[in-house]
Design a protein around this ligand. Structure first.
Ligand code: NAD
Ligand code: 3PG
Length: 540
């Protein structure tokens, strides 16, 4: 363990504890040690991890640690789960989302390592290099036994055209292979641009000489390559899996390798790891590596540094760059979103203090230029956080805001409209409870000029910060004066005041910015005054 300086936040220095439970490159650990207490404990059993995790603010893993629901539930202080690598299938992200814990990975740090490993495996498979090496080391000289095949002019089928799939396509074209691909999330045009003929998986398996899979392991991709598809493949097909065990059905692959339908397989990953019990290990036409796809010095440094930096960002109250359970802010929106997210959170917080009863529905209307904005869901999350966090016992944050809302049966509707009530952009939030309805609207004039522009239909120009009293009263002389006198007697300074009305002499609204908290008896006194229908104190 290392004693260190702590992370400085809002005038406080907080000492965070980080558990590294899989081997992580020293460059990443060193970044964490500058400000945190770091324990590297790569030998914990699941039971020991469940016991240990309660002391830590973050856990950093590779694929070796199973971060299960039990681990996450036991991690009372957990604020961040980092995966130094791409696949997060060893982390129960749903459980983390429920608890509001961001899970982040390092998606591109090991792309080239995994790509090069796949290419190495394909070449080794084509030329029997591991088998020939083992044979010669036994002092055998069997040249005809290890006759290979060329890659030149063969068809390579790539299942999953993401980061790794695309890099493989590029390299395989340099070896003059013809590339066909399957990926339901890639267009034909995009595939064509990278030299790949896109087709359905059922067609791909029929035409390919080599098949390599590069998808995540999901319910849809589990056993995507199964006995039925293997039966339709070319005789003597060769298969490579450097993505995740389970994308290819291992039993079906074993049967195909034994029958000779499949000439050979190169496997870096397995349905169960380590695969000591797998019959595949006994087959001569199977070459294997122990999940080494990401194991290069360069990749390990990249991924360790990436998750360490994201961990510190989260400790400092900033978002993790590659959070997998929080929507990603597109790079071109990183400047634009924060003022709207700020406004949304404040609007949520305000309306939450203006309503009574059980919240049943939340309607958010994005108007003006926001009607064309693809990233309104970020603002919605901020609104939900602002509204629900002060009300609920469990913490609500950007990660679990949607989950918590849904779990409580609160209906959320997002609509867009070109109508803008004269503003460039306008957010209108309406909350319906079992007792009442309230509406608040706000706008961003610029990042330094953010305003609530109406409450309950009354126009105003309110800075959404600090402490406020919001009252509804009769628009008659003396009513406002009565409220100010009460505050003066209680020695509460009024820093600003706004009044809004629809018609003279009818109900009006007053917003008083005050410099201190207003005690409940003082609020009761204001409410009791003739002409004041309601008055609420809110902190933003
Ligand atoms: N062996 C290793 O050490 C190693 C190293 C790095 C990555 N990986 C694994 O490699 C895989 C690919 O990584 P990546 O960085 O390229 O991921 P990626 O997210 O960039 O790409 C995955 C691609 O799979 C596609 N896909 C999703 N569902 C699909 C489906 N049902 N059918 C077909 N395609 C589908 C996606 O559209 C995407 O294009 C992951 O499983 C990752 O965990 C393994
Ligand atoms: O998904 C990944 O990034 C790879 O499977 C690498 O796993 P590792 O970090 O355990 O090597």
């Amino acid at each position: 363990m290392n004693t260190c300086r702590g992370v400085y936040i809002l005038g406080f220095t907080l000492q965070f504890k980080v558990l590294v439970s899989d081997p992580l490159a020293e460059e990443g650990v060193a970044i964490l040690r500058e400000t945190c207490d770091v324990d590297v404990r790569t030998d914990l059993t699941e039971e020991q991890l469940i016991e240990a995790i309660k002391d830590y603010d973050a856990i950093l893993v590779r694929s070796g640690t199973q971060v299960t629901t039990e681990v996450i539930e036991a991690g009372e202080k957990l604020k961040f789960i980092g995966r130094a690598g791409a696949g997060v299938d060893n982390i129960d992200t749903e459980a983390a989302t429920r608890r509001g814990i961001p899970v982040a990975n390092a998606p591109s740090g090991n792309t080239l390592a995994a790509t090069e490993h796949t290419i190495a495996m394909m070449c080794s498979l084509a030329r029997n290099i591991p088998q020939a090496t083992a044979s010669l080391k036994k002092k055998e000289w069997k040249r005809s036994k290890f006759m290979g095949v060329e890659l030149n002019e063969k068809t390579l089928g790539i299942v999953g055209l993401g980061r790794i799939g695309r890099e493989i396509a590029k390299r395989a074209q340099a070896m003059e292979m013809k590339i066909v691909g399957f990926d339901p999330f890639v267009t034909k045009e995009h595939a064509a641009q990278i030299g790949v003929e896109l087709m359905e998986v059922d067609d791909l398996v029929k035409v390919a000489d080599f098949i390599t899979v590069h998808t995540p392991l999901t319910p849809e991709t589990t056993h995507l390559i199964n006995a039925e598809r293997i039966a339709t493949m070319k005789d003597g097909v060769r298969m490579i899996n450097c993505a995740r065990g389970g994308i290819i059905d291992e039993q079906a692959m074993y049967d195909g390798l034994v029958s000779g339908k499949i000439a050979g397989a190169a496997l870096d990953v397995f349905e169960s790891e380590p695969p000591f019990e797998s019959p595949l290990l006994a087959l001569d036409n199977v070459i294997v590596t122990p999940h080494l796809g990401a194991s290069t010095v360069e990749a390990q440094k990249n991924v360790a540094v990436s998750v360490a930096k994201q961990c510190l960002a989260v400790f400092a109250g900033e978002p993790a760059k590659y959070a997998v359970n929080v929507p990603m802010v597109p790079p071109d929106r990183q400047e634009q979103i924060p003022p709207f997210a700020f406004l949304g959170e404040k609007m949520g917080k305000l309306i939450g203090q203006l309503v009574d009863g059980r919240i049943e529905a939340i309607e958010i209307t994005y108007g003006g230029e926001l009607s064309e904005n693809r990233t309104n869901h970020f603002i919605t999350r901020s609104i939900l956080k602002g509204l629900l966090d002060p009300i609920l016992r469990e913490p609500v944050n950007f990660v679990n805001a949607e989950y918590v809302t849904k779990e409580r049966g609160i209906r959320v509707a997002e609509t867009v409209t070109k109508a803008d009530a004269g503003f460039k952009n306008l957010i209108t939030l309406k909350v319906t409870t079992d007792q009442m309805e309230e509406t608040v609207s706000g706008t961003v004039f610029s990042k330094d000029r953010i305003r609530i522009v109406s409450i309950g239909g009354y126009t105003m120009d309110m800075v959404p910060e600090g402490s406020v009293i919001i009252s509804r009263h009769l628009d008659k002389p003396g009513v406002i004066g009565r409220a100010s006198t009460i505050l003066g007697e209680a020695e509460i300074n009024i820093a600003g005041m706004q009044v809004g009305r629809v018609k003279p002499g009818e109900e009006a609204i007053m917003v008083l910015n005050v410099d201190a908290d207003v005690p409940a008896p003082v609020m009761d006194e204001i409410r009791a005054k003739v002409g004041i229908f309601s008055a609420r104190f809110a902190k933003l």
